[in-house]
Design a protein around this ligand. Structure first.
Ligand SMILES: NC(=O)c1ccc[n+]([C@@H]2O[C@H](COP(=O)([O-])OP(=O)(O)OC[C@H]3O[C@@H](n4cnc5c(N)ncnc54)[C@H](O)[C@@H]3O)[C@@H](O)[C@H]2O)c1
Ligand SMILES: [Fe+2]
Length: 385
């Protein structure tokens, strides 16, 4: 067996209503005055009130930063950091989707280590320690609560990552009561994103290992079983908790066996047209599966056996691989997501530029089971059009 290293968050609490334990968790981590990092949509809904009242029960005062914008730019991180320093907080609680969690991770690190963003961009560049950190996802998608990554928008169309082991939180708290109000479209997009994390981790050319395989399979099993219910019947707590856990397992998988060409072709769509991350993955997914089938067919067939009921599963590898692709095409349509680049108003004339952007994502493309050239990327965008 090939050797491997597996890392993840220290503690995962997966329990309905677990937000009410936040006071005792803070006490355990010796947080006396946390900064809550969230976004204006969540604040307007009052979703974070549950967190505030649980802290109040334990007489824990806090500061609140509720101005995280989607795909956060540097300015968001710096504004949250300024508040953290001004309020002299001694811990950070990220509460929201990937945008809030990524911001919270960086603030926890920078408030303690005093390193600048420019010093920590890249892989394991951060040297200092962070403040105690709790991450509470309110979308079931990015898996940011169990990854060592924070993604920041650094230019008009570019994103830059900080990858540092300090970014794993002390506690990831998965409570489906916080996700019941997530609208169907966001549930569907973030859910498909998480399923892509599991698929790409399972076929990753680098650092794929026994743990990441187990996690990816179980993540897909859970999410395939529950994504339609969670999307179409949002109040179903069982489906919601299963999606949170599935996205978390997929996050653990891709934190160790990194994602590949679906994400490489999705990023330029997000960067240029500000389409949601999950939607961009969904638009590329079936076409990339078809492209990769010649090199990853056997692995896709294994995943088909995880997702599809035994009574409809065909016997051959090629047949199962085709069944997996068809499954995702049908799922995306059932969830009501747009199925083509034309449907989300991507100008056809931009496809060559997008292919040029995608080929720059070598960090991701090297993990893909089949090599992707710029011509291949263009052909895949055309197929998705
Ligand atoms: N760190 C990682 O490992 C990692 C991995 C993938 C993506 N990302 C990043 O995560 C970000 C995307 O995160 P996301 O897809 O979770 O979306 P998001 O955090 O940008 O949130 C999207 C929208 O959902 C709303 N929302 C969130 N929770 C809600 C709830 N429970 N009820 C109602 N509305 C709710 C928010 O108000 C917001 O308007 C991007 O910046 C992406 O680059 C990070
Ligand atoms: Fe993703």
């Amino acid at each position: 067996m090939q050797g491997f290293i597996f890392n993840s968050s220290k503690s995962i609490i997966c329990e309905l209503g677990a937000i009410r334990r936040i006071g005792e968790i803070c006490e355990r981590l010796r947080i006396a005055r946390p900064l809550i990092v969230t976004d204006p949509g969540i604040a307007a809904m009052g979703l974070h009130e549950r967190l505030l009242s649980a802290l109040a029960t334990h007489q824990i005062p806090c500061a609140v930063f509720s101005s995280v914008v989607p795909d956060p730019p540097e300015a968001t991180v710096l504004a949250a950091l300024e508040l953290a320093l001004r309020e002299r907080v001694d811990g950070v609680i990220g509460f929201g989707g990937g945008s809030s969690l990524d911001t919270a991770k960086l603030v926890a690190l920078m408030a303690r280590s005093s390193e600048s963003l420019q010093q920590i961009y890249g892989v394991e560049q951060a040297k200092g320690e962070r403040l105690p950190l709790i991450l509470v996802p309110t979308t079931a998608g990015t898996g940011s609560e169990v990854t060592a990554v924070a993604i920041i928008t650094t230019g008009e169309t570019t994103k830059t990552g900080v990858v540092a082991s300090q970014l794993y939180p002390d506690v990831a708290l998965l409570d489906a009561e916080l996700t019941v109000a997530l609208p169907p479209s966001i549930t569907a997009m973030t859910g498909v994103d998480a399923m892509v994390h599991a698929i790409e981790a399972y076929t990753s050319l680098h650092r794929k290992n026994l743990y990441s395989n187990m996690l990816a399979r179980e993540a897909l099993r859970l999410m395939a079983k529950h994504i339609e219910t969670a999307t179409l019947d949002g109040g179903n707590l069982e489906a919601r908790q299963a999606m949170l856990l599935g996205a978390c397992l997929a996050g653990q998988a891709f934190a160790n066996a990194p994602v590949a060409a679906v994400h490489a072709l999705a990023y330029p769509l997000g960067g240029r047209y500000h389409l949601p991350h999950g939607l961009t993955n969904s638009l590329v997914l079936p076409h990339m599966l078809r492209f990769n089938a010649s090199h990853a067919g056997a692995l896709y067939a294994e995943l088909a056996a995880v997702i599809l009921p035994a009574e409809i599963l065909l016997s051959g590898t090629a047949e199962r691989c085709t069944q997996l692709i068809t499954y995702f095409e049908q799922l995306i349509a059932t969830l009501g997501l747009p199925c083509t680049l034309a449907a989300v108003n991507v100008p056809q004339a931009d496809l060559p530029t997008l292919a040029g952007d995608a080929i720059l994502q070598q960090r991701l493309l090297i993990n893909n089971p089949r090599p992707v050239t710029q011509d291949d990327a263009l052909a895949i965008y055309r197929a998705a059009y």
